[in-house]
Write a new protein. Structure first.
Length: 318
């Protein structure tokens, strides 16, 4: 079901359903337009993100005898008292911050009414973030859940990081499309558990999903992750989920639990979809707020770079 009033074109090499290497590799060149995930990318999505350097941005390295010019704030008073000679703590700058992506390609993400599937938009954003991380010399890894299984990509530096994620999402999307009716109600929770085990402390975690299978019970796991990491929610949505469509005919739809015919010419039908979306949105927003996790949104009905550019233009005009 596609609307003809939206005058937008698919990104290069994309058919909106499948995912290919050329389609995702293009974001390597586009990454130069944006700053790192911990900087301006969230400004483009109207987020408020802190610098990735915490405090003095230093890790303790060793203690050595005090030398002229050393910062007196770095004196190790315990060692000084024990030895009778002034000693200074040495620190190394903490520059690397692992970026961990949680990419949801499950059955509810295999939906799109206009331009592309939500799952395809998720892979585009994941690719862009991966190349941005490498530009900042950070390691990047991912946990990919496609409704069938969970694929783990350990945080890796240089181009190997984005490439392993790209190859994994291509395979995961292909498998998801072949078994789109397969639903694991606990799959999202299991994938979050794997993320918790795989994620190094001090990581930047970016969860890309429609959050349709997020449960109240997942709050505990997210809270645990939040203790030692920074988390961002990026919600992928489609206009039809909000009752926004120019289609006015009858359509047979299913949620894999029941199948019905919907009359989109009836305002009641469109309003019902909108109400269900608002209930879902309230649940996500309240959980994100309670955990102090920023929530950003991206539409599957518009190319990624156009959306980021629109956000950027809106901010610069203020």
């Amino acid at each position: 079901m596609k609307s003809t009033h939206i005058n937008v074109a698919l990104p290069p090499h994309s058919d909106g359903v499948n995912v290919c290497l050329a389609e995702l590799l293009q974001y390597k060149n586009q990454a130069v337009r944006w700053l790192a995930p911990a900087k301006s990318i969230w400004s483009q999505l109207n987020g408020h993100h802190q610098s990735r350097h915490k405090g003095r941005g230093m890790d303790f390295s060793e203690v050595r005898p005090y030398q002229a010019g050393d910062d007196i704030r770095s004196i190790d008073w315990r060692v000084t008292a024990r030895t009778g000679k002034t000693h200074t703590k040495l620190f190394t700058e903490e520059r690397e911050q692992p970026i961990m992506l949680f990419i949801d390609l499950s059955s509810s993400m295999q939906f799109g009414s206009q331009l592309m599937l939500k799952s395809v938009q998720a892979t585009h954003f994941a690719s862009l973030l991966s190349w941005l991380a490498i530009d900042e010399q950070d390691r990047v890894g991912a946990v990919i859940y496609n409704g069938i299984n969970t694929i783990e990509c350990k945080p890796t530096a240089r181009q190997r990081g984005p490439l392993q994620i790209i190859n994994a999402v291509i395979s995961a999307q292909h498998d998801a499309l072949q078994t789109i009716d397969n639903i694991n109600n606990n799959g999202f929770s299991i994938a979050l558990k794997r993320l918790h085990y795989l994620c190094p402390k001090g990581s930047e975690i970016i969860i890309i999903s429609d959050f349709n299978t997020l449960k109240s019970a997942d709050k505990r796991r997210l809270s645990q992750l939040r203790q030692h990491n920074r988390i961002q929610f990026v919600q992928i949505h489609d206009p039809l989920e909000q009752g926004q469509t120019q289609y006015r005919g009858h359509e047979h739809v299913t949620d894999n639990k029941q199948s019905v015919w919907l009359d989109f010419s009836a305002k009641k039908t469109r309003d019902s979809l909108s109400q269900q979306y608002q209930i879902h949105q309230k649940f996500i927003s309240e959980m994100a707020t309670s955990l102090a996790i920023p929530l950003h949104t991206l539409s599957a009905a518009q190319p990624l770079l156009q959306q980021l550019g629109a956000h950027s233009q809106g901010i610069s005009d203020e």
